[in-house]
Design a protein. Structure first.
Length: 312
């Protein structure tokens, strides 16, 4: 199993269908689990996908339409039932704080898990930990909505052959990484001499929205972009009226933002052929496109090479 992957729990919009559950997406990122938009039925989908309540460290809700949040009661109550030992942070638009409080306590249960609400008040960095920097940017939907972006700090990749050339090994490698230089072989060796840049990876989650600045800010340079494509291009007017994107618009965003792997999701039940979404996105984006299906896994692409960070 990849240490960085998206587990797709649900891909439907508005109402579930026989093939598609309400929304739900778990990002596994080096042992940390971020659960996005748990719609109705997410707890069961987690079981089907082999995702435990203890796998979740953060819950992130883009907005408070039911297909993006009605799974919260079951997920949070399951966390207490399974006695999740670590704190779980919940992020959501601050204007929906009352909704979250009602969902969290929708019925009586013995609360043992520690769930810490952290409403998103304004755009920008909302958390930072060993996973990276978590950002929120506003979207354009009939109700307040945010998209989320995880950015790993840039680092450096050590080059074993250069380390050997300078006689640096064992604990001294860590010392060099911490201090930036050390004495070896009668001279000062710098970190730059024995390593190359290692660009941090980027993940973006864009749900219900029209095209807006927030969409492009979230998607910029993303290695993996999960983005709604509720409508096909022929229904662009409906998309604008209801605050959504079309498949073609999602493809344009991916192209303009230098995305590496594009995941389309949140499909209207009016369409019977999911391949059409991929085909329309491909008219604009030549990279890899995944038309998401429930219970599938999508790996985060391997790291970019140094110097390949341009978003255009």
């Amino acid at each position: 199993m990849s240490s960085r992957e998206l587990v797709v729990l649900g891909t439907g919009s508005q109402t579930p269908t026989r093939r598609r559950n309400h929304n739900g997406y778990l990002l596994r990122w080096d042992g940390v689990g971020l659960l996005f938009d748990p719609g109705e039925g997410t707890q069961r989908q987690m079981i089907m996908a082999g995702v435990a309540a203890t796998d979740v460290n953060r819950i992130l809700i883009s907005h408070f339409h039911g297909d993006h949040c009605l799974g919260v009661p079951g997920v949070i109550q399951r966390m207490s039932l399974d006695r999740v030992p670590h704190p779980v942070y919940a992020h959501f638009p601050a204007s929906g704080a009352d909704y979250f409080a009602r969902l969290r306590h929708a019925s009586s249960y013995h609360e043992t898990a520690t769930v810490i609400a952290q409403p998103v008040v304004s755009p920008g960095v909302i958390a930072a930990d060993r996973s990276g920097r978590l950002e929120a940017h506003p979207l354009d939907h009939p109700v307040p909505a945010f998209g989320y972006r995880l950015v790993e700090p840039d680092g450096r990749r050590m080059l074993p052959e250069r380390l050997r050339r300078h006689g640096i090994s064992g604990p001294r490698v860590g010392e060099l990484q911490r201090d930036g230089s050390l004495r070896a072989g009668g001279r000062t060796v710098t970190l730059e001499e024995v390593s190359v840049p290692r660009p941090g990876q980027r993940f973006a989650f864009v749900m219900d929205t029209r095209l807006c600045d927030g969409v492009f800010a979230l998607a910029d340079g993303a290695d993996l972009l999960v983005i709604e494509s509720t409508f096909l291009d022929q229904d662009a007017r409906l998309a604008r009226d209801f605050g959504h994107l079309t498949a073609g618009e999602a493809g344009r965003v991916a192209r303009e933002c230098g995305v590496r792997r594009l995941v389309l999701t949140h499909f209207s039940q009016r369409y019977s052929d999911p391949a059409l979404f991929g085909a329309q996105a491909a008219r604009h984006f030549a990279g890899e496109i995944v038309v998401a299906e429930d219970l599938t896994r999508v790996p985060v692409p391997s790291r970019r090479r140094a110097g390949d960070l341009s978003s255009k």
